[in-house]
Design a protein around this ligand. Sequence first.
Ligand code: NAP
Length: 453
Amino acid sequence: MQTTDPTTGEKIKSYPEFSLPRINGILNHAEKSFQSWRGASFKERGLLMKKAAEILRKDKDQYARLMAREMGKPLMQGQGEIEKCAFVCDFYAEHAEFFLTPEPVRTEASKSFVAYEPLGIVLAVMPWNFPFWQVFRCAAPTLMAGNAVILKHASNVCGCALAIEKIFKDAGFPPALFSNVIISSSKVKVLIDHPFIKAVSLTGSTGAGKSIATHAGAVLKKTVLELGGSDPYIILEDADLESAAEICVNSRLINGGQSCISAKRFIAVASVFKEFEERFTARMQMQRMGPPLHEGVNLGPLARHDLRVQLHRQVDKSVKQGAKLLLGGAIPLGPGAFYPPTVLTRVRPGMAAYQEELFGPVAALIEVADEQEAIRTANDTVFGLGAAVFTRDTKRGERIAVQELQAGGCFVNDSVKSDPRLPFGGIKESGYGRELAESGIKEFINVKTVYIK
Ligand code: NAP
């Protein structure tokens, strides 16, 4: 595995792939630790999780720099990501017991109740775009529930994977309870087959999701899949257009646009389309692209060169299909995987920008006649991760969010977010299962019925 700085194109470090005997050794160790960890009290687990949060906060800057180096995230965004990781550790340290306390159920038995038990070792296959957050939002609840975690991180963020493993080790978790394995994606199947692996959590592309679900299905192991998205943001005629444009641009560009819940399709009704288009484009133009460690930069390079090639192909194809390029769309000269803020307008069904996930700073603007067409267009996608609607009439917004939009999370007058207190996940090809909140900690457990006559 080779890590490469996307800002300069320089190679950082190469990591040998783990051998099978080494992986088996780690799994044996993790299983042994799991057998004692499952008996630890929530208080004991929580103390270690709080310690992990402390380490994250203490070394926030170091981790943010590592992300900037390995995948180009601007420093301030990286620091924010680490704060959020600390928050999710604290959140589950404080709430796991409440979520997993056995629940009495009144039946004909002298005593009957539901108990929540850990499953064992959970394999976490994670992406590079939020190299710390994606791992912590899976690991914090999974470990607090009494499980162990084996991490297979994306190949371009091996340094982040090792740093995370060290955080759990330094926090005092039992040996190998959280372990990193450096392997290529083709070896994931070997891990899924291993009898100690009881379930798999994948955050990644829809293609990876289908492959992992197929394989795990064949050996009857549970999966949680957090996959791609093409979140629609609807702008209605009664929206506050300035605020909507600001929120839409921020959501499109966060993490260089490489977020599953970045706003990707902007669907504005005809009466305000032109004005929204102008305000949106003006804000996209104001962004400062540059090296992620430079002050004031809010748009770094894309995480890898091949991702830029793919994104540019989608832009080119959309233009050939009839979309109009309002801003950006040209690969800048010089080293680094930079791609400028790009606005495509007059995007229509059938175009690449309409139906594919745009994983970078490229916005697709779509004009529709009215609310009904906006909703139809928003739902006209294979994805169903997040969606947002902008209107001054919050009752109208609530109705659209609850009754009309097909997505795992629907937001009114704000961008789609992940928050430890709220369940997160998708429907359709965006996956299944939930992370975060109470739903997240209940994914990798045995819901055990106990009945005593
Ligand atoms: P990716 O190529 O699917 O990779 C994600 C992880 O899966 C990596 O660890 C990768 O390993 C591994 N992988 C890839 N193909 C695999 C296969 N066939 N079998 C087993 N493992 C496989 O995704 P990405 O490019 O890193 O991330 C971007 C995608 O993730 C986007 O579609 C984005 O929307 C989605 N995402 C979703 C969420 C969510 O919460 N729903 C959050 C973030 C990102 P290698 O790196 O070694 O290939």
